[in-house]
Write a protein that binds this ligand. Structure first.
Ligand SMILES: Nc1nc2c(ncn2[C@@H]2O[C@H](COP(=O)(O)OP(=O)(O)OP(=O)(O)O)[C@@H](O)[C@H]2O)c(=O)[nH]1
Ligand SMILES: [Mg+2]
Length: 403
């Protein structure tokens, strides 16, 4: 059932971007923690309960595991890393959906309607959030539980607020890990919500298979107000509250559609050979529970490509939710058939690793005693024009080689 993995649950080396070049031969990996790869008994039990426990056990075990993963204590982090690696073979079998939109656009109302729609079809739905401001606001999704009244008490749903402290990178990483826990527990649709503070849309698009941007019916009147970068990464734009002003929603839909055509260029199909391929040796993702059809071949041997789309609906009246899900399934089918979901996940995994490496290196750099001593005077010297910025950077970096 689970895809075969190498020693530490990770795919063999060679990212999606490696192209046709010879892949490096797989290197032996030494990444199990603790070193013998075993889990302490308490964590082995947690793993068993997350993956196979009964509903109540599982819910408690998920919460405990996520709490452990969110802990900043060094001993907890060691246990958490080992547990995460042990969970990894059980992950990957969900559809990961990112949803963003300004406060009040109707995300919670929509997620409630969508979640209930999916559960009625037999899915299990996890809802997570990335909100780096939630340490200030107290975590909006918690308050949102009141707007997700039915979903939050549904046995087939799991709702978790945003981790409430740290940088965007840290918050996003913990949400990403929580997503893996939910997948291991068998949630087959994971929704990650963000209000779009700073770069949080990019972070959510970077951990999901499909990124949806929600807009108000008057969005089309003021396209400037929509962050261009966000529009570019949106696979699907949803105009919500169409019940308030159907004509405005239709107008917004037309305007955003034409803006998207500008961003993404024209053309509906690409030659089949150009479709991204799976990295050789990489285990393919098993088909999702709702089944992916074969490649949508067209006459002339082309594969139909997903084009960013705009739809309108009313979350409040639960109108258009079925159309939304059909659109998502169409995206999923086209992308999976072209190997693009697996490829996107590979790229995401690799860039998350680098994102965390960058953050970790910076933190270690700042904590280094020599750097702590020299950073302020060298910064002052750079500001005073006495030392070139690049020279100061090199000197500081060289300090890392001293103890
Ligand atoms: N008329 C109408 N109102 C809606 C619709 N969807 C949501 N609303 C209302 O809009 C308000 C905000 O909805 P929420 O679902 O809380 O919005 P949100 O995007 O989650 O907001 P934040 O959590 O603050 O980011 C609520 O009063 C909803 O009842 C809709 O389709 N039509
Ligand atoms: Mg909300």
């Amino acid at each position: 059932m689970t895809p075969s993995r190498s020693a530490c649950g990770a795919p063999p080396q060679g990212g999606a971007a490696s192209g046709p070049a010879e892949p490096d031969p797989p290197q032996p990996l030494d990444c199990a923690t603790p070193r013998d790869g075993s889990l302490p008994a308490a964590d082995a039990l947690l793993l068993a309960q997350v993956t196979t426990g009964d509903a109540a056990q599982q819910r408690r075990a998920i919460a405990k595991t996520i709490t452990l993963l969110e802990s900043t204590r060094a001993d907890h982090r060691l246990r958490a890393d080992a547990l995460l690696n042990a969970l990894l073979p059980h992950t990957g079998r969900s559809f990961r959906l990112g949803i963003s939109g300004v406060p009040g656009v109707g995300k919670s109302t929509f997620i409630e309607a969508l979640g209930l729609h999916l559960i009625a079809q037999g899915h299990r739905v996890a809802v997570l959030a990335v909100d780096p401001s939630s340490s200030v606001s107290g975590g909006s999704i918690l308050g949102d539980k009141t707007r997700m009244e039915q979903l939050s008490v549904n046995e087939s749903a799991y709702i978790r607020p945003s981790p409430s402290s740290g940088t965007l990178g840290g918050v996003a990483e913990r949400t990403r890990e929580a997503m893996l826990v939910c997948e291991a527990a068998g949630y087959d649709v994971v929704i990650v919500e963000t209000v779009g503070v700073g770069q949080s849309e990019t972070a959510v698009a970077g951990m999901t298979d499909m990124f949806v941007l929600m807009q108000l019916p008057n969005a089309g009147d003021d396209l400037q107000a929509i962050k261009k970068g966000v529009m570019e990464i949106a696979d699907l734009v949803v105009i919500n509250k169409a019940d308030l002003d159907e004509a405005a929603a239709t107008r917004a839909r037309a305007q955003i559609s034409s803006a998207q055509r500008l961003f993404h260029g024209h053309g509906m199909a690409h030659p089949a050979p150009g479709a991204p391929e799976e990295t050789p040796g990489r285990p393919k993702f098993p088909p999702p529970p709702w089944g992916a059809a074969g490649a949508q071949s067209r006459p002339g041997g082309t594969i139909e490509q997903w084009q960013p789309t705009v739809i309108q609906l009313s979350a409040l009246k639960a109108q258009g939710v079925d159309t939304f899900w059909q659109t998502v399934q169409r995206f999923q089918t086209l992308r999976a058939a072209a190997g693009q979901i697996a490829a996107r996940r590979q790229r995401q995994d690799e860039s998350w690793m680098w994102e965390r490496l960058d953050a970790g290196l910076k933190a270690r750099f700042r904590a280094h005693p020599g750097v702590r001593e020299q950073l302020a005077p060298l910064t002052a010297a750079v500001r005073a024009g006495e030392v070139a910025a690049s020279v100061a950077a090199r000197r500081l970096l060289d300090l890392l080689d001293t103890h």
